[in-house]
Design a protein around this ligand. Structure first.
Ligand code: SAH
Length: 341
C-alpha cells in the first residue's frame, strides 16, 4: 500500500483519514500541531502520542521533506535564494526577502511553467509537474528553519502559474491558515497570476480574502499576446471582467503588475491605453516593475519608469514602483529557474 503524504492533508482530511484507521477525532489536533506548529520531521518525535499509535501513523503516512541544494545570500539587501531538491529529484527555487515591515517569502508552485511569457526565465525550460501542497508549504518551514527568520507574509510569485495548480494551491492556503497549525492570516498572502480568467472567477467564489495580483504588462490584445501567449486564450476583455468580478465578490482590490520593457510598453500612448482600461474598474493598484533582464536577453529595462508612473498617478490611478531585491543573485521577479545548478 502506498503511504499518504501527511503534510499535504488539510485538517479535515487528516481527521477523516485518522477516523478511517480507527483513531479518535482529537488525534487530528495533536498530529496537526506536531506537523505544522512544532514542525517535527518524524512521528517518533510526537511524544504525547503512544508508541502503538505512532507505529500506526508510520504505516499509513510519511512526512515529506526538502533538501537545500544551494543557498545564495545577496550582499546588497540580505535576500536569500534557496534551490531546493524535491523528493523525486526535481528542483524548486524560493526567495526570502527582508522588508521594513517584516520577512516575506516568494514561493514556487510548479516545477517549471507552461505559460511561455517571453520575458520570464521560469518558463524557458518548460513544464514538468505541479508541486504538492506539502512541497509548497515546506519551502516556508525549511527556509525559516535554515535562516532563523520568521516569515510574516507570503507571495505566490515564484516559478509556475499558481492558478494552473489550483487544487494544490488552495489546499496549501487552507493548511497554512489553519488556526491549529501555522495560523497565517490569508490577508498576508498574495497570489500572482498571468490571467487565467476562469480560475480567477473560481477563486472569487471561495472568498478566501487573499490579495490577487494580475500580471497585465500590456493594455491591448495585440501587444499582450505578443509577449504573453496566455492572452490568446483569455483576452483582455475576459480578464478584466474576471478581475471586476473578483473585486465585487470579495471586496479586495486587485493589484496589476506591469513590467516596463524598453521600446515595448513604456511609451506615453501605452500609459494612456492603460489608464483607459483600468479607470472604469474603480479601486485598483498598479505595481510597476522595471523589467529584470534575463540570460536569454531579449528584453531590456525601460528608462521611463518614473515618468510612466507620473502619467498614471496624474490620472488618479494608484501606481507604485516595486523595489528590486536580490539582483546580484538572480532572485528578482522572473529570474527564477527550474534547474539553477
Ligand atoms: N505565473 C505567475 C507568477 C509568477 S511570476 C504570474 O505570471 O503572475 C511573478 C511576476 O514576475 C509576474 O508578474 C511576472 O509577469 C513577473 N515577471 C516575469 N518575468 C519578469 C522579468 N524578467 N522582469 C520583471 N518581472 C517579471
Amino acid at each position: 500500500m502506498e503511504k499518504t503524504d501527511i503534510l499535504s492533508l488539510s485538517y479535515e482530511e487528516l481527521e477523516r483519514k485518522l477516523l478511517q484507521i480507527g483513531e479518535k477525532k482529537f488525534r487530528a489536533l495533536q498530529v496537526f500541531q506536531w506537523l505544522h506548529d512544532k514542525k517535527v520531521p518524524s512521528f517518533d518525535k510526537m511524544t504525547n502520542i503512544s508508541a502503538q499509535t505512532r507505529a500506526l501513523l508510520e504505516e499509513e503516512f510519511y512526512i515529506n521533506s526538502l533538501k537545500i541544494q544551494k543557498r545564495l545570500v545577496s550582499s546588497i539587501d540580505n535576500t536569500v535564494k534557496y534551490l531546493y531538491v524535491l523528493p523525486d529529484g526535481n528542483k524548486a527555487e524560493t526567495v526570502l526577502m527582508e522588508y521594513h515591515h517584516g520577512n516575506s517569502i516568494c514561493l514556487s508552485t510548479q516545477v517549471g511553467c507552461k505559460m511561455g511569457c517571453k520575458f520570464c526565465a521560469s518558463t524557458k525550460a518548460g513544464f514538468v509537474r505541479n508541486l504538492e501542497p506539502s512541497e509548497i508549504l515546506l519551502q516556508i518551514y525549511e527556509s525559516e528553519r535554515d535562516s532563523g527568520r520568521s516569515v510574516d507574509s507570503v507571495v505566490l510569485m515564484g516559478i509556475g502559474e499558481p492558478l494552473d495548480n489550483f487544487d494544490n494551491v488552495v489546499k496549501f492556503l487552507h493548511i497554512i491558515s489553519h488556526k491549529s497549525g501555522r495560523n497565517m492570516s490569508l490577508r498576508h498572502i498574495s497570489l500572482s497570476t498571468c490571467g487565467l480568467a476562469d480560475k480567477i472567477r473560481k477563486l472569487a467564489e471561495m472568498k478566501l480574502g487573499l490579495t490577487l495580483s494580475v500580471s497585465l504588462h500590456a493594455p491591448t490584445d495585440e501587444k499582450r499576446s505578443s509577449i504573453m501567449p496566455v492572452n490568446k486564450k483569455y483576452p483582455i476583455k475576459e480578464l478584466i471582467s474576471a478581475c471586476d468580478n473578483y473585486f465585487k465578490t470579495t471586496g479586495r482590490r486587485i493589484s496589476f503588475e506591469f513590467a516596463l520593457i524598453k521600446g515595448v510598453n513604456d511609451d506615453t500612448e501605452t500609459a494612456r491605453e492603460l489608464i483607459a482600461l483600468l479607470k472604469p474598474l474603480g479601486v485598483c493598484h498598479i505595481n510597476l516593475i522595471p523589467i529584470n533582464e534575463i540570460r536569454e536577453g531579449d528584453y531590456k529595462k525601460s528608462e521611463f519608469v518614473e515618468s510612466f508612473k507620473k502619467i498614471l498617478c496624474g490620472s488618479g490611478l494608484n501606481a507604485t514602483v516595486r523595489r528590486t531585491l536580490g539582483a546580484d543573485i538572480e532572485a528578482a521577479c522572473g529570474q527564477l529557474r527550474r534547474d539553477n545548478t
